[in-house]
Each structure stands twice: as C-alpha cells, then as structure tokens.
Design a protein around this ligand. Sequence first.
Ligand code: ZN
Length: 256
Amino acid sequence: MTDLAVLASGFGVLPLAAILICILRGTFESHREQAWGLLSGIVGFLALSHAMAFVLVDKAYLSLVVGAAQAIVVPSIGLIVGAGLGWILFESDVFRTEPLRVLGAAAAFVALHSVGDGLVLGADFALGAVPSVRIDALAVGATVLHRFAEGALIVVPALAAVWKPRSTFVLLFVSLAAIPAAYVPGWVFDVYGASPERTVVDLAVPTFVAAIETMLGLILLVRGFLPLATANRGSRWLAWTAIGFIGISIVHFLVE
Ligand SMILES: [Zn+2]
C-alpha cells in the first residue's frame, strides 16, 4: 500500500518549487499583461470549473443520503462564507494596499484548494483498502505541474507586491495545508466507523470547502487578476487566459 504520509507530504511540498519563478522577475516586469492573463485562466478553471464540478457532484450524492432540500444547505453556506471571505480580503482594512489584497486572497485561495486536494487524496486511503491513487510518470508529471501552477498563483502576486523571495517562500507554506487535510477522511472513519453519519460528514466537509473555494476563486478572478490583466487595455491577456485555462485543464485530464 502506498504510504499516505509520503504522498501527502509530496503533495504539500510541491508548490514550494514555484519559488523558482522569482528568477523571472525581469520577465514578469515586461510581461505583466500575459502573466495576469495566464493566472486568470488557471484560477478560472480551478475555481469555477474544478471546484464547482466537485460541489455539484458531491451535492448530488449528498441529496441521496440526506434529501434534496438539506443537501442544498451545505454548498449554499459554503458559497456565502466564500463571498464573505473575499469581501474581507479585498474590501475591508485587513490589507491596506491593492497588491497585498491580491496576494492575501491568492494565498487564501491556494490554502483552501490545498485542503480540498488533501481531502481527496486522503479519501482514497480512508477505508484502509488499496488506494486507487495512480502512480506513474504521467500522473506524477501532471501532479508536479498542477501543484507548481498553484504555487505560481502566490509567487506572481508576491512579485507584483515586491516581496522578497524569502518571505514569498514562507507564504508558499500555506500549501502544506494539504498534509493535515489528507488525514481528515481517515480520522472521520475512525470516529464514525461505517455508519451513515460518516457518509454525510465525508460528503459535507469537502463540499463545504469546495464551495468556499469556488466563491473566493471567482472574487480573486474578477476583483484581483482580471483588472490587472486588462489594466493597459491590451489584447494579449485574453489569449493567455485561454492558454492558462486549457493548460491546467489538460493537466487535470491526465490525472483524473
Ligand atoms: Zn490542486
């Protein structure tokens, strides 16, 4: 059996490699429009396509267990919490400058996404059966790219906020949230055993997290990345948004 600790640690640590993007500071300065466009495509997919697809599928399963009306409550509250979180990060006084707001929201998004990734990884191990996690060159390569792109969501805003590489590297640690999250499904199984309650908790927790991620990602896209991509009224950002969206989609086609 593949060791969960090894997989979860690898998963948590991979985004740290995105610190290498700091070498490209000069390239970023001269290609801001393309960089923000690319990030918009990536976060558009992760939040509005990937996380929301997860919400819709899990909500359907949840309604089989608790009924259609109750199943709507969990993702709806998650969306509202995500909206509140986005508002706090962008419109309250938590962060006083615009670059810090974008960076703070990006870091919160990657942290939430990492929790979601960890929950999915851990769910494969929770039943103590041989996990269905595929480990081959293609899956590993795609996972490295996937987590690297998520690290980039933090490193590029950190470059824009003129953060030093050392502080940026420390901020990337939010992706380590995947590690404890990977143990949650097993812990739920220990507490509830093979009871109906376990099925509800197993579905409700990741659905709730994914719903928050969806809404925070939407706000990060439309309030953070897109205005920066379109600031100079150029036309290149649109192509790069499409490239980012297609690229991160293909990476997910390879592993899911
Ligand atoms: Zn991910």
